[in-house]
Design a protein around this ligand. Structure first.
Ligand code: FMN
Length: 188
């Protein structure tokens, strides 16, 4: 096995003014650091110009390069009307071959469902892209009550434990799939 540390990309999928996404992302990055991930690329979609017509240009090439250079990707996504943000769909569709044989994890948040309905839709989208989605679920329900004034989770134990499981699964799949892609390019 290639012992090089895995490179993790964390995509912040909400782009609204006053969004909660960065707080959730900050918490998850702390968990990734605690799990030993030191090489982390934070891809905040609010800071990128990804054209809706998927014709390239703007930050499209930069985005696809960043996905391509990752060994594992985590999407930090809210739930909007039982789905996921439109900006995230544009980002997903902007990269195509770069997703193939990539391990994907989800950290979701929202109201009653903690974003899980958005994640179930994303699992279906990512099946089409030949990715491997992680079984673990990290969901923060009623997210507006979850963080204190300093940006820390008020009751972190359950979420921290779920994040640890997700990162363990990503580590296994990240190494296995990186080695496999090196041995033979994915041709499915
Ligand atoms: C347009 C919109 C639709 C929403 N729909 C849902 C929903 O269907 N289910 C849910 O649990 N929360 C829903 N919410 C609550 C969001 O998940 C919550 O406000 C979250 O903080 C949004 O993420 P953001 O602040 O990073 O944009 C919705 C919020 C918005 C703005």
């Amino acid at each position: 096995m290639n012992p090089e540390p895995l490179r993790l990309a964390v995509v912040i999928a909400s782009v609204r003014k006053d969004r909660v996404g960065p707080s959730v992302g900050r918490w998850f990055l702390g968990r990734a650091d605690a799990a030993g991930f030191r090489d982390v690329d934070i891809i905040d979609l609010a800071g990128l110009n990804l054209p809706d017509d998927l014709a390239g240009g703007g930050d499209s090439e930069l985005f696809t390069k960043r996905i391509d250079s990752a060994d594992a990707v985590v999407l930090v996504t809210p739930e909007y009307n039982r789905g996921y943000p439109g900006a995230l769909k544009t980002a997903i569709d902007t990269a195509l071959p770069e997703w193939r044989a990539m391990p994907i994890g989800f950290v979701s948040y929202g109201g009653v469902s903690g974003g899980l309905r958005a994640v179930e839709q994303l699992r279906s989208v990512f099946a089409e892209l030949h990715t491997v989605t992680m079984q673990a679920t990290v969901g923060l329900p009623y997210v507006w009550d979850q963080f204190d004034d300093t940006g820390d989770l008020r009751e972190p134990s359950r979420a921290n434990s779920a994040a640890t499981t997700l990162l363990r699964q990503l580590t296994w799949w990240g190494h296995i799939l990186r080695d496999a892609r090196t041995a033979a390019p994915y041709n499915g």
